[in-house]
Design a protein around this ligand. Structure first.
Ligand code: SF4
Ligand code: SF4
Ligand code: SF4
Length: 256
């Protein structure tokens, strides 16, 4: 087998391994669908972007099959041709759904080298026993002229973390439970009488002094600069280089 080699392994009905095998290192990005709350943060945080001006959000390495234009019945898929196994998606994932393993050890090199800060975690247990945490703070505004109770309840069910309910014919969002994700605002596009606006004001408190990668990620996830922009390819290359340096190897050296 020529190295480096990239492959996708379905470990079981829930768990998928996205593997990058080098001569001395093996990186595995693990996705466990049973924990995924379909929040959409991984798609927004992934730094892999071809162009910052040309629909960058469709060009990340992770997202729904629709966003990735890939055929799959999974909620989230990874494009191994684009992924640089940086772990940013793992770092932000509110559902503890993604993990990055380097030589069988669970790691987050971009946190270890202080490019990204650790969150002060506020973990909540969902009804199904899975855990979820909030990574951003802000507010949500739901406007509805819908009168049909069934449709309102159907909309409330769109939230995977149980933050939406119907009270007295109105949809209510529980601020304590809401993780300010991208799910219900996207779902609302299919409901003609319901609209949602989510304001992601800031990241939750973090520990440490983050590096420049953090600023680009903040802008991208919070959408502070209007249209969500990607990280420039220059920064993306630096990130990939940094990952390889952290592993103590250049990719070129490993090719046979
Ligand atoms: S960030 Fe995690 S929980 Fe959210 S959609 Fe991605 S994999 Fe699922
Ligand atoms: S590991 Fe990095 S490059 Fe790969 S999907 Fe996650 S954020 Fe994107
Ligand atoms: S109510 Fe909050 S947590 Fe639930 S889908 Fe909407 S933004 Fe996400």
């Amino acid at each position: 087998m020529s190295l480096p080699a990239k492959k996708t392994i379905e470990v079981d009905e829930n768990v998928t391994h996205y593997v990058y095998k080098m001569l001395n290192h093996e990186m595995i990005l693990e996705y466990d669908e049973s924990k995924c709350v379909e929040c959409g943060f991984c798609h927004r945080v992934c730094p892999v972007t071809v162009s910052i001006y040309d629909e960058p959000i469709k060009k990340t390495a992770i997202g729904t099959p629709e966003e990735m234009r890939m055929e799959s019945d999974k909620k989230i898929v990874v494009d191994t041709e684009k992924c640089i196994w940086c772990g940013c998606c793992t770092w932000i994932c509110p559902g503890y759904t993604l993990k990055l393993y380097i030589n069988d050890e669970k790691r987050l090199p971009l946190v270890e080298n202080e490019s990204l800060p650790e969150f002060h975690e506020e973990v909540r247990e969902l009804e199904n026993g899975n855990k979820v945490r909030k990574v951003v703070d802000g507010s949500i505004k739901i406007s509805s002229e819908e009168k049909d109770k069934k449709i309102l309840e159907q909309f409330a069910d769109e939230c995977s973390v149980g933050a939406l309910s119907v009270e007295n014919g109105e949809i209510k969002a529980d601020r304590k439970k809401c993780i300010l994700c991208f799910k219900c605002s996207k779902a609302a596009e299919n409901y003609k009488n319901i609209s949602v606006k989510v304001f992601r004001d800031r990241f939750m408190d973090v520990k440490g002094e983050p590096g420049s990668v953090w600023n680009a990620i903040m802008q991208r996830v919070l959408g502070k600069v209007g249209k969500v922009k990607g990280i420039t390819s220059k920064r993306q290359n630096k990130l990939a280089d940094a990952m390889m340096r952290l592993l103590g190897k250049e990719t070129a050296e490993e090719q046979e």
